[in-house]
Design a protein around this ligand. Structure first.
Ligand code: WQD
Length: 352
């Protein structure tokens, strides 16, 4: 890596990804300088060594992003990175994130998500960079014992997949790290279900292969890339029998990261926030909302439950609102309209 510049930058790991790229748009718009790193495990390259998603972020923001190809499992690349850039803080999004795949490939998930984070933390500590925002997930709550779920809800019990367990383990690592050295400032963000896309339609979620998550599958079905949506379970204890989740617009989620960075102005310690809307919608409500927003039919079939799914999961978002002054601004129609624009303009995602 050549010499970086001397200005303090925000390091975004997994910066080429769905959440990472949307966070970078908001960070640049808020005046931060960014260095993005990614190993292209789940991102399309532009042939010039950069991810297509970040080329588009530069186009949208008219700002440059420093990019480095870095794998969290490559400690020398990480050491180089912290030598080259003056890193103010880290937003750690890099992780494998497919629930079903994690059950098939647990070692890959523990290695990438847990060992990769340990490598990152060791490189950061060696460079005396002790501010990190961790992309965690509602999945750490396991089967909800009460609803809405607040940050006091127990975690780590009844997590049904290795992906969710890696998120839980990294949270525990971060808490122990802070307990051992209180000079660390650690912000753990538990994402509920990110959906939608930037209003431009130029960036969005681009799963490689058939989507695991509901809304990218719905969008691809509406666009004819998938034949029919399978609705996993119609006998849950929910209003229409299908699973209920707290869907949050990815731009609201990204803006939440900008708000959270403001806490780093002072010593913050170790804090945990739910990032969600506090509202739950069922699978069939999401399908209906998407059909309305897109004007397209989404053929579906009711099939058996997906192993490991819970019936209902949605959050109490009040702590983030109280302490960060952050609240979701976008509604279900915005999520579906923006998702459809991304899908319609990019039927094959970034590789198209
Ligand atoms: C939502 C609802 C399914 C697909 C997981 C992770 C979470 C986060 C998001 C990574 C459920 C139903 C889904 C389909 C369906 N991580 N569904 N047919 O499982 O709530 O959360 O992904 O990004 O950490 O735990 O999200 O979108 O997979 O499912 O009926 O083809 O849609 O049963 O009720 P989930 P999801």
């Amino acid at each position: 890596m050549a010499e970086g510049n001397s200005r303090e930058v925000v390091l975004v790991t997994g910066g080429a990804g769905y959440v990472g790229s949307h966070c970078i748009v908001e960070l640049l718009n808020a005046g931060y300088d960014v260095v993005a790193v990614d190993n292209f495990a789940n991102a399309i390259a532009d042939g010039k060594g950069k991810p297509v998603s970040l080329d588009r972020v530069e186009e949208l923001t008219k700002k440059k992003i420093a990019f480095e190809t870095v794998d969290m499992l490559n400690s020398s690349q990480l050491a180089e990175l912290f030598k080259k850039y003056k890193i103010f803080c880290i937003i750690h999004c890099a992780a494998l994130k497919a629930v079903g795949e994690s059950a098939r490939l647990p070692l890959d998930y523990y290695k990438n998500n847990v060992a990769g984070t340990l490598n990152l933390l060791e490189a950061a500590r060696a460079a005396n960079v002790k501010r990190i925002v961790f992309s965690s997930s509602a999945t750490v709550y396991g089967t909800p014992q009460y609803l809405p779920i607040d940050e006091k809800h127990p975690i780590g019990v009844g997590i049904t997949n290795p992906y969710g367990k890696t998120k839980y383990m990294v949270e525990e690592i971060l808490k122990d790290l802070h307990a051992s050295d209180e000079s660390w400032d650690i912000l753990i963000l538990r994402y509920f279900n990110p959906v939608g896309a930037h209003e431009s339609g130029r960036i969005g979620e681009d799963p490689q292969g058939p989507p695991n998550n509901l809304m990218p599958f719905v969008a691809q079905t509406a666009g004819g890339r998938q034949k029919e949506l399978k609705v996993f379970g119609s006998d849950y204890e929910t209003p229409d029998g299908t699973g209920v989740r707290d869907y949050i617009h990815v731009v609201d989620l990204a803006k939440g990261h900008v708000e959270v960075l403001k806490l780093f102005k002072n010593h913050v310690g170790c804090k945990i926030y739910n990032l969600g809307t506090g509202k739950g919608y069922s699978v069939l409500e999401m399908v209906a909302a998407f059909e309305k927003a897109s004007g397209k039919k989404v053929p579906y079939k009711l099939v058996e439950r997906r192993p490991g799914d819970v019936a209902t999961c949605y959050c109490n978002p009040s702590l983030a609102e109280k302490e960060l002054g952050w609240k979701c601004q976008k509604n279900l129609e915005d999520m579906c309209r923006d998702l459809w624009r991304w899908q319609e303009q990019n039927p094959k995602g970034f590789s198209g």
